[in-house]
Design a protein around this ligand. Structure first.
Ligand SMILES: NC(=O)c1ccc[n+]([C@@H]2O[C@H](COP(=O)([O-])OP(=O)(O)OC[C@H]3O[C@@H](n4cnc5c(N)ncnc54)[C@H](OP(=O)(O)O)[C@@H]3O)[C@@H](O)[C@H]2O)c1
Length: 254
């Protein structure tokens, strides 16, 4: 498939739904070969079929990124299959809202495990390949690490303290990595979406979900809106790095 990302290989975590699924589709539509990571293998298989039906190439890599060995193996499988890795989108995440006091420790452990340690596991395994792709003569002369944070990575709210901890962390990590990797031509982009219509809120306690949805007096974005932003960042010329993108639905205040 030709396109602005023809010849590039991308890996997207959390590709079984929401923003990750839309990003897998969007990168494939630009000509990238895509490795799709998440735990739900059936969803990934469906997306592979969809991308292939459109003339693209994709691989389902079922994986729990909180398992360091599994995350490392998933990155290696991608490179073994496609020979290189040019773009990584660290998108998998979990948002288990609710007041911190009195909440089970498992909720915060879970968010830290996925949003922080899972992201680190994938990044640690992937970075040597991104550096190699950026230096390769047959590549774009640049590689991309895209980390999906959130508006909650710039502004914390009551009931979202631990989620904010993880997403502020992603912003800080991204800036540190940006400085470490700039000389090696790996661009680091942090994307901070506001509300997006996905399955993210399905994992909330019903009373918390109802409270959030009742207070939402605007239309959330579609996952494809955020995917477009990620495509924008990854398709700039080699000397242009879009380091931070805050993107809200028009009506969202906070
Ligand atoms: N929706 C919003 O309003 C919003 C706003 C700002 C930021 N975000 C961020 O956007 C990212 C994507 O979320 P989304 O809104 O698209 O929600 P989503 O539809 O629930 O997607 C989350 C994805 O993460 C994957 N995932 C969860 N745990 C995983 C694990 N242990 N290993 C591998 N994959 C795992 C899920 O797949 P499996 O369950 O199949 O593993 C799923 O594909 C998250 O980082 C979220 O914090 C979302």
């Amino acid at each position: 498939m030709t396109g602005r990302l023809g010849g590039s290989v991308a890996l997207v975590t959390g590709a079984s739904s929401g923003i990750g699924g839309a990003t897998g589709r969007a990168l494939a539509a630009q000509g990238a070969v895509v490795a799709l990571l998440a735990r739900r293998a059936d969803r990934l298989d469906e997306l592979v079929k969809e991308i292939e039906a459109e003339g693209g190439r994709a691989l389902a890599v079922p994986c729990d990124i909180t398992d360091r060995e599994a995350a490392t193996a998933a990155v290696r499988r991608t490179v073994d299959t496609f020979g290189r890795l040019d773009i990584v989108v660290n998108n998998a995440g979990s948002m288990l809202l609710g007041e911190f006091a009195g909440a089970p420790a498992e909720l915060s452990d879970r968010m830290v495990a996925i949003n922080v340690n899972g992201l680190l596991n994938v990044s640690r395994a992937a970075l040597p390949y991104l550096v190699a792709a950026a230096a390769a003569e047959d590549g774009r002369g640049v590689a991309d690490l895209v980390n999906v944070s959130s508006v909650a990575g710039r502004k914390a709210v009551a009931g979202g303290a631990v989620y904010a901890l993880t997403k502020y962390g992603v912003v800080g990590l991204s800036e540190g990595l940006r400085q470490e990797l700039a000389g090696r031509r790996v661009r680091v982009t942090v994307v901070e979406p506001g509300a997006v219509q996905t399955e993210l809120a399905d994992h909330l306690a019903p009373e918390i979900r109802d409270r959030i949805l009742t207070g939402m007096d605007y239309t959330p974005m579609d996952p494809g809106d955020v995917a477009e932003v990620i495509v924008f960042a990854t398709t700039r010329g080699r000397n242009v790095a879009i380091n931070e993108l805050l993107v809200r639905p028009t009506g969202q205040l906070l």
